[in-house]
Design a protein around this ligand. Sequence first.
Ligand code: SF4
Ligand code: F3S
Ligand code: FES
Length: 253
Amino acid sequence: MKPTPMQTIPLKQSRTLRIEILRHNPADPDSHPHLQVFEIEEAETMTLFIALTEIRQTQDASLQFDFVCRAGICGSCGMLINGRPGLACRTLTRELPDTIRLAPLPGFELIGDLSVNTGKWMRGMSERLETWVHRENIEAIDIDAVEQRMAPELAEQLYELERCIECGCCIAACGTAQMHEDFVGAAGLNQIARFRLDPRDTRSDADYYELVGDESGVFGCMTLLGCEDYCPKNLPLAVQLAFLRRKMARQGL
Ligand code: SF4
Ligand code: F3S
Ligand code: FES
């Protein structure tokens, strides 16, 4: 029923949140990993990013965590939220229980507390997989050919795979990536799928096989599917992985 102007709309009962944060500063020799507990009053539409900012402003200015955009675009606020990878800025506290345990994403260099160096990992992967458009003979580039129009359907397919924000959630959610540090993960294989589709890239399937036709690439993936389950951008990772595996298996024959 629509409220009259005199009626008040009851707010959802507010909660005191118990936020347990795994803290450690690897740059400090006296620091040891430990859980620190904070309590804050939940506010309507509070995200984990807002909760962490409030803790840093009112309780502990030394708390480290990353953010830039606060809108699920930059990929810097990934962390383990009650054991599952996710973005702090896109997670509402009301979707979580009263006790929330936060830890840094595993599989990346720890900077401190909830801050990890996903940028270093992504750059290493990018350099290794050469994630840029290759032209077979750079001197012979025909600018008109490079600028040729692309069919809208193909452009859309490329765009779909380019939505990756390099947050690292797929790496943190992947058992293979946790066991083998040279595994390029779903983020890397998604890049390969993207460049294979691009008609401007003149690399052949044999070239791609050289890059990812082994245990650190497509054949390291054990179809655990944590990557697809926890990708905050809902990228079609499982489909890409299966497609690449089929293609690479044929190359290896
Ligand atoms: Fe994040 Fe998804 Fe990209 Fe992995 S594929 S880095 S989970 S956006
Ligand atoms: Fe890992 Fe995803 Fe494969 S979770 S094992 S990359 S299906
Ligand atoms: Fe940019 Fe969360 S702060 S994705």
